[in-house]
Structure formats: C-alpha cells, structure tokens
Write a protein that binds this ligand. Structure first.
Ligand SMILES: Nc1ncnc2c1ncn2[C@@H]1O[C@H](COP(=O)(O)OP(=O)(O)OP(=O)(O)O)[C@@H](O)[C@H]1O
Ligand SMILES: [Mg+2]
Length: 168
C-alpha cells in the first residue's frame, strides 16, 4: 500500500514536469474509461471551451495525478449503482478546476468534514474492501502540487469531488 506517512514526511520525491493540460486531461480520462464501463456506468467528460484558445500548461507529477484519478474514480464507482460518472475541467483566473462527479447517494453534510481524514470510512462499508486511506493520500498529493481538494454536496448529482491546482 502506498505509504501516507512517507508522503507526509516529504521523503517521497515528486518528478514534476510541465505538460499540456488538455493532453493530461484526455490521458487521465482515457485511462479509466474501461473501469467505468465495466461497472456499467456511463462515462462523460467535458472541457471548458476556453481551453481551445491557447496552450495551457500545468506542472505535475503525471504518475501521482494518475493515482489521484484512480482514487476518485474508484470511489465514484463504489458509490454509484446506476447513472454516470462525469469528469470536468474548467479554467479559472490562475487555476484549473478538475472535477469528478457521480450519480451515487452523495456525501452527507455530517461526513463532509471527515472524508479526507485517514482511516475514515462510512460505517456500513465492508472493511476488507476499504482502508479509508484513498482520499487522505489524494489530498497529500494535491497539496504537494500547491493545490486544494474538497468535496461538494450537490442535490442533483450526488457526490462531487473536486481538486484544484495552479498551472504555470
Ligand atoms: N464518490 C463518493 N460518494 C460517496 N461517498 C464517498 C465518495 N468518495 C468517498 N466517499 C466517502 O469517503 C470515505 C473515504 O474515502 P477514501 O477513498 O479515503 O476511503 P475508502 O474508499 O473507504 O478506502 P480506500 O480508498 O483506502 O480503499 C469513503 O469511505 C466514503 O464514505
Ligand atoms: Mg477510496
């Protein structure tokens, strides 16, 4: 299992590279297409149309970003029995907003402050299938990129996990 303590202590080296935001997004979306389809869910992704107006770049560790995506997608699949998983990419002033939304039951207001804590998992989840570490590791990775990650409770869409990081 990926070592959260090592990540937190700064002992894990990150190999950051400057990459095309569009290419990264398409790469990440394609990588998990089969997993979502195998779960018999629809998979949708959409990019902000402003992304077509220039060559937008981000500085990331691509492998770590794949890990972030894997964690968010696996959570979305686990909590969604029917409907779709939607990935979005939007541009803001000096940031990009990356979102993973699903049609599952969503996150309750009482849980929202704890889901990024290590070992937090909902009471009724089968213990052997969940370590409660995925989001804690994900948050650590995003923070190493000077980014932020949070969850939103949305009535119409169930859980909505969004991460955000600067682009160069
Ligand atoms: N898409 C989602 N919809 C609803 N609840 C979610 C979603 N993603 C995360 N959660 C809640 O947040 C908790 C923590 O998620 P996290 O990924 O850290 O742990 P896990 O999935 O239970 O275990 P692990 O990722 O280590 O296998 C989950 O147990 C669940 O209660
Ligand atoms: Mg998880």
């Amino acid at each position: 299992m990926f070592d959260l303590a090592q990540l937190e202590s700064g002992n894990v080296s990150f190999s950051q590279e400057i990459v095309s935001l569009k290419k990264l997004f398409v790469h990440l979306c394609n990588q998990f297409k089969l997993d979502v389809e195998n779960a018999e869910l629809d998979y949708q992704w959409a990019m902000d149309r402003h992304l077509d107006t220039g060559e937008w770049l981000v500085e990331v560790d691509v492998q770590r970003m794949e890990q972030v995506m894997a964690s968010l997608i696996s959570n979305a699949i686990k909590h969604t029995s029917e409907g779709s998983i939607s990935i979005g990419l939007a541009l803001e002033a000096d940031r990009v907003i990356f979102s993973v939304a699903d049609d599952g039951a969503g996150i309750s207001k009482s849980e929202i402050n704890y889901i990024f804590d290590r070992f937090y998992k909902e009471n009724n989840q089968q213990k052997q299938q969940a370590h409660g570490l995925g989001l804690a590791i994900t948050k650590e990775i995003i923070q190493q990129h000077n980014g932020k990650i949070w969850a939103e409770v949305k009535k119409e869409r169930g859980a909505f996990l969004t991460s955000l990081y600067r682009f160069s």
